[in-house]
Design a binder for this molecule. Structure first.
Ligand SMILES: [Mg+2]
Length: 206
């Protein structure tokens, strides 16, 4: 069995990184961490926050997006990411029963691998797949050997659920990341959990 984990918001808590970068790029912002994430959980994009709350025009938004992509995976920002509670125990348990993989839409492979190593998560995984802005998650996951309907994808966005559905594997949405249950439910995941660390294989339960 294969379990495919999204990275940001699923395996690791990257909320602080994204909030701090937003605040750095929008000095006028007085949004608290909580109010920024309330927007995000309701599927309000950075672009819409900038237009509605800060009066950014199209050119200013374009600059923001370019700066965001340039800085979001810089070492000083990646250093803000943390492990979720109980993730080590969950991955230790699951890795004895299934092959675990990471699949993320990050721009760069090596910083993602280095970060997983720093957080002590790398040894649990058979592979780390990064789209690097050139390949889709579907294409990457389709290359996992013996992928089939018994396998699962776990992710915190609608996109993760759509990828799993397109590949014919089971889908688990987690509420530890970027979207609320209200935002995720319409995608029709097979399962919704508070966090990936709550995931259990069926014969774990007994
Ligand atoms: Mg994510």
């Amino acid at each position: 069995m294969n379990l495919i984990f999204d990275l940001d918001g699923t395996l690791i808590d990257s909320r602080l990184r994204l909030y701090h970068l937003f605040q750095q790029l929008v000095p006028a912002s007085k949004l608290s961490h909580e109010s920024y994430w309330a927007f995000k959980q309701d599927k309000v994009s950075n672009e819409n926050i900038l237009a509605s709350e800060f009066g950014f025009d199209a050119a200013a938004i374009e600059r923001f997006v370019a700066d965001w992509l340039e800085r979001i995976e810089a070492p000083e920002f990646l250093a803000l990411d943390k492990n979720f509670p109980c993730m080590h125990e969950a991955l230790d348990r699951l890795s004895k029963r299934a092959r675990l993989h990471v699949c993320t839409a990050r721009q760069h492979l090596q910083p993602a691998v280095d970060q997983l190593d720093r957080l002590g998560l790398l040894p649990y995984f058979d592979s780390v797949m990064v789209t690097e802005q050139s390949r889709g998650k579907e294409e990457l996951i389709a290359s996992v050997s013996s992928l089939g309907p018994q396998d699962w994808i776990l992710g915190d966005t609608g996109k993760d659920i759509q990828v799993g559905q397109a590949l014919g594997i089971k889908t688990c949405a987690v509420l530890s990341g970027f979207l609320s249950e209200k935002s995720l439910r319409p995608y029709g995941p097979d399962l919704i959990l508070p966090a990936a660390a709550d995931f259990r294989l069926l014969d774990d339960l007994g």
